[in-house]
Write a protein that binds this ligand. Structure first.
Ligand SMILES: Cc1cc2nc3c(=O)[nH]c(=O)nc-3n(C[C@H](O)[C@H](O)[C@H](O)COP(=O)(O)O)c2cc1C
Length: 303
């Protein structure tokens, strides 16, 4: 058992937002999925106020060590999610963390308020990799922008824990994490995908992905995740959900030793849908009893 923001979890492995469709997985595996759910908590894909179509295809480019996606956050929007997805996700045997994103502070506050009043929701994760349409700044790339967002949004979350999902596409994720800590975040999660692109094989000068650029994930980003989690751990005392390229218990253990409390599994679930369960088992043989704050206990030595 491990405690994260006041929530009891069976182990430290969760899914990374947008990489495990629990509703589709239940169709594929039946109720057996619920008997041995791969993750200790389920993190939803990003929900926005209005429905989104996502980016035009192609949306994926496979790399030697991971992939670039330009999915563009397609989703049913708040109303569709509350009506169709939330009742199904509430049947999962683990706590539900809902990930939300908006392009104004008011939009984010409305999303947070809507989920804060739902008993089915254990915690909220803010995807702050989106530009604020008014200031033009990516909310999670600038410490002052994030501080203003949290000042506006935090009161709407009530007692629900608020996790800020940091973007690696900024000058200093640690500075942003410090702002999150000072302005009411209960935890931070990192890393989101790193901006990347692939060229069209036939059309000179044109990108392959419909969105132009996309987000790099998988083993290619693991070393970056380790370094950023470590940097953030040196800066803040908040619980950290670390992710990026985790494929094994050893990788999860390394992230925990670099500063993460929980570890998210993302791209690996596309290769192996039940990878989370295997990784949790492997981690349990490396960490007897899953010490709650492995990195804090292990004393992170400043670089
Ligand atoms: C196909 C795909 C979809 C994703 N969708 C979301 C999303 O909806 N919201 C979000 O915050 N992160 C999203 N992410 C980012 C992941 O949650 C994670 O931060 C990132 O992929 C790094 O972990 P990984 O290397 O284990 O995949 C997505 C990643 C991928 C590959």
């Amino acid at each position: 058992m491990i405690r994260f923001c006041g929530i009891d979890l069976a182990h430290p492995i969760v899914n990374a937002s947008g990489t495990f469709d629990a509703i589709a997985a239940r169709r594929a595996f039946g109720d057996a999925l619920l008997d041995a759910f791969p993750f200790a908590a389920f993190v939803s894909k990003t929900v926005t106020l209005a429905p989104r179509q996502g980016n035009p295809p192609p949306r994926l480019w496979e790399l030697g060590a991971g992939m670039i996606n330009s999915i563009g956050l397609p989703n049913k929007g708040l109303e569709g999610y509350l009506r169709e997805d939330l009742p199904q996700l509430a049947e999962l045997p683990v706590p539900l963390i809902v990930n939300v994103m908006g392009s104004t502070r008011e939009d984010v506050a409305r999303l947070v308020a809507a989920f804060a009043e739902r008993d089915e929701v254990a915690a909220l994760e803010l995807n702050v990799s989106c530009p604020n349409v008014r200031t033009g700044l990516v909310m999670g790339a600038d410490p002052r922008e994030l501080a203003a967002l949290l000042d506006h949004v935090r009161p709407h979350a009530g007692p629900k824990p608020l996790i800020v999902k940091l973007t690696p596409n900024c000058a200093s994720p640690a500075e942003v994490a410090a702002a999150a800590e000072q302005h009411g975040a209960d935890a931070v999660s990192l890393i989101n995908t790193l901006r990347g692109m692939a060229m069209h094989p036939d059309r000179a000068g044109e990108p392959w992905l419909g969105g132009g650029t996309g987000g790099v994930s998988g083993p290619a980003v693991r070393a970056i995740a380790l370094a950023q989690v470590r940097e953030v751990r040196e800066r803040v005392a908040l619980p950290i959900v670390g992710m990026g390229g985790v494929q094994s218990g050893r990788h999860a253990h390394d992230l925990r030793r670099s500063g993460a409390d929980l570890v998210g599994v993302g791209t690996e679930s596309f290769r192996e849908p039940l990878a989370g369960r295997r990784i949790a088992d492997e981690l349990s043989s490396l960490e007897e009893g899953f010490p709650a704050n492995a990195a804090r206990d292990a004393e992170v030595v400043p670089l």
